[in-house]
Design a protein around this ligand. Structure first.
Ligand code: PEP
Length: 256
């Protein structure tokens, strides 16, 4: 059994006006504080406009707050962007980077993701770097190769288990209800860890948490979270229902 503390992260995407976001945060914070000693970390990543409101609600809970993206620059002429320092200023501790929706909708590249992660680290934010293959890449037998190339190109040299989390999210499983098989997930996570070990050394690679994301739900969470190299989940749809998000968190195996 792994000694890595599981992380259950909610990606709220572009959902939630502030009142709704506050309500959801109250429910999640209350559930988390009903079991303060439970051996997993919880994180929510609301839209930028709700970060401050949600941060206030979660202030005295142990639920972490994260952004869904950030720019690689500290400040300046980047209309519509948010810097890592701005996220830290509203008490974020984490930031999701390179989500497939950012890679597709905004053409973000591995190189940009790497620069964003370095910028996030400079503000003491934990970067959650997302990777994953398309259906075409999976069906043509290239999934492992594609994802390990993304890891090599998106993870910066200063990455450590203290400042970086990886999220493996097959693009075809996000928001579709389709889930990768446990065997495929374990094989991918193990290959990702091997690649991290070649890049950063075995101590860092053994400590870095690798999350699975893609239609994780209360019904499938236990099986996925029990896999040797799965250290938590990045959850979209099911993180918008406090009870479902909590049930997923409670499906984490205990740390040995
Ligand atoms: C995600 O967006 O990171 C995600 C995994 O979404 P869903 O859980 O809805 O598939």
């Amino acid at each position: 059994m792994s000694e890595r503390r599981p992380l259950i992260a909610g990606n709220w995407k572009m959902n939630g006006m502030r009142a709704e976001a506050r309500r959801l945060a109250v429910e999640i914070g209350t559930l988390r504080m009903s079991q303060p000693d439970a051996e997993f970390d919880m994180l929510v990543c609301p839209p930028f406009t709700a970060l401050e409101a949600v941060g206030q609600v979660l202030e005295n809970t142990s639920v972490y707050l994260g952004g869904q993206n950030c720019h690689a620059s500290e400040k300046g002429a980047h209309t519509g962007d948010i810097s890592p320092a701005m996220l830290a200023d509203v008490d974020c501790t984490h930031v999701i980077l390179g989500h497939s929706e950012r890679r597709t909708d905004h053409q973000e590249t591995n190189e940009q993701v790497k620069a964003q992660a370095q910028a996030a680290h400079a503000q003491s934010l934990i970067a959650i770097i997302c990777v994953g293959e398309t259906l075409e890449e999976r069906e043509s037998g290239k999934a492992l190769e594609v994802v390990c190339e993304q890891i090599k190109a998106s993870v910066p040299g200063d990455a450590s288990y203290g400042n970086t989390v990886i999220a493996y999210e097959p693009v075809w499983a996000i928001g579709t209800g389709k889930v990768a098989t446990p065997a495929d997930v374990q094989e991918m996570h193990s290959d990702i860890r091997k690649t991290l070990s070649e890049m950063l050394g075995s101590e860092e690679a053994e400590g870095i948490r690798i999350l699975y994301g893609g239609s994780m739900k209360p019904e499938n969470a236990k099986e996925l979270l029990a896999l040797d190299d799965v250290d938590g989940g990045l959850i979209g749809g099911a993180s918008l229902k406090a009870e479902d998000f909590w049930t997923i968190a409670q499906s984490c195996p205990s740390i040995s």
